[in-house]
Design a binder for this molecule. Structure first.
Ligand SMILES: Cc1cc2nc3c(=O)[nH]c(=O)nc-3n(C[C@H](O)[C@H](O)[C@H](O)COP(=O)(O)O)c2cc1C
Length: 364
């Protein structure tokens, strides 16, 4: 499956064209719309008050509820734009948003309103595309789940990744604030609201698991490892600034005897590992354990606090106070986005592995 996401935050609309979706897939729109609601703005004090219904219009590729195999095009019209909030940003780029780099890359022709094509809003069609990918993966018994691991230094009280299984994530996915511990979730929300009151923002970490992907997928091209494909897809999500698999950066302070995942046969005769420090991948190839990874999300670049920036017209340095509607923390809304991106990456990993994987003569 390939996809292209189009549109701008303050243009007529945004959307996605998906190519290569198999014909005959029943499109569970209720599931997709539920995923999109989890991401949609305007639902909580810790999200931007911009109100967008994120209603999907299907232009092509679906007939009588099933995919046709032709390109699948989904459009979401923008309904709550307020472009005047952004007029100053044409000359004065927001520090650490894509206003400056977009201007340089597209010679000043970029639509800078609300971040244009670089807006977090473009993750709505990504969630649609990921929803279709999740439907395909469900047929193969593969599931994706994520939770808020940390916000502004407050950590969720989650089961150890070694004990993760897909069923653990179902109740978390139902929540407006997707954490295992609601108590820790409340503390995180306090941190977000404090930052908001101080015209500031906070970042955090999302942890995710991919369940049911058998051993043997990924590569053989070393540029197309399972980790590489997942990382590339994660960096398609704006504000993602880091990724680690399994013990990740924690490996640096472990010994081999602590870091290695010992093998054993389970009761069905499958090769498993006692621990999952490797995050389900060895040598860029899945080992049959859940894939476990974490992504770091930066604090929202747009903040009300005065910051230094340049003025392209006057060629001077000046102070900028950003007005407009912004998320004081991107993390809660990004959880379904990370799940969607992971599902799309798994489709690529399956596609990339050239032949059905067999082991000891059995297709797995
Ligand atoms: C769901 C979501 C919502 C976002 N909301 C905002 C926002 O309200 N204000 C903002 O400045 N950035 C927001 N961003 C982040 C910017 O789009 C992003 O930081 C910017 O494009 C620069 O890209 P980079 O951080 O990956 O370098 C959001 C990102 C996501 C995923």
């Amino acid at each position: 499956m390939r996809y292209i996401i189009f549109g701008e935050s303050h243009g007529a609309g945004i959307g996605v064209v998906l190519e290569g979706v198999p014909a005959g897939l029943p499109l569970d729109m209720e599931f997709v719309e539920q995923q999109m609601r989890r991401r949609a703005p305007g639902r909580a004090a810790f999200a931007t008050p911009r109100k967008e219904a994120d209603q999907v219009t299907l232009l092509s590729g679906v007939w009588e509820g099933k995919t046709t195999g032709a390109p699948l095009c989904a459009v979401i019209y923008n309904t709550d734009t307020r472009s005047k909030d952004y007029s100053r940003l044409k000359q004065c780029p927001r520090p650490s948003h894509a206003d400056f780099t977009g201007n340089v890359r597209y010679a000043g022709y970029n639509d800078y309103r609300g971040g244009g094509h670089f807006s977090g809003r473009l993750t709505a069609p990504l969630v649609f595309a990921g929803g279709v990918a999740q439907m395909l993966l469900r047929q193969k018994g593969i599931f994706v789940g994520a939770h808020i691991h940390e916000i502004g230094g407050v950590k969720d009280d989650a089961p150890l990744p070694d004990q993760w299984e897909s069923a653990l994530f179902a109740p978390v996915q139902e929540k407006d604030f997707p954490v295992f511990s609601d108590l820790q979730g409340e503390k995180m929300q306090e941190v977000i609201l404090k930052a908001k009151t101080e015209q500031d923002s906070v970042g955090g970490v999302i942890a995710a698991g991919i369940f049911g992907l058998p051993a043997g997928y990924g590569g053989p091209d070393l540029r197309e490892t399972a980790e590489g494909i997942l990382a590339r897809q994660m960096f398609a999500v704006p504000a993602v600034k880091g990724i680690e698999f399994g013990a990740g950066f924690g490996f640096a302070s472990l010994r081999g005897s602590q870091a290695n995942d010992p093998f054993y046969y389970d009761e069905k005769g499958n090769v498993r590992t006692r621990t999952n420090h490797s995050g389900g991948i060895n040598g860029g190839i899945t080992n049959g354990m859940p894939i476990v990874f974490r992504v770091a999300i930066r604090p929202t670049p747009s903040i009300g606090k005065p910051q230094e920036t340049v003025n392209f017209e006057t060629k001077t340095t000046e102070m900028l106070e950003i007005v407009g509607r912004h998320d004081p923390c991107i993390v809660p809304r990004a959880v379904p986005v990370i799940e969607a991106a992971a599902a799309l990456a798994v489709c690529s990993i399956l596609e990339q592995t050239q032949a059905p994987v067999t082991w000891e003569g059995v297709e797995i």
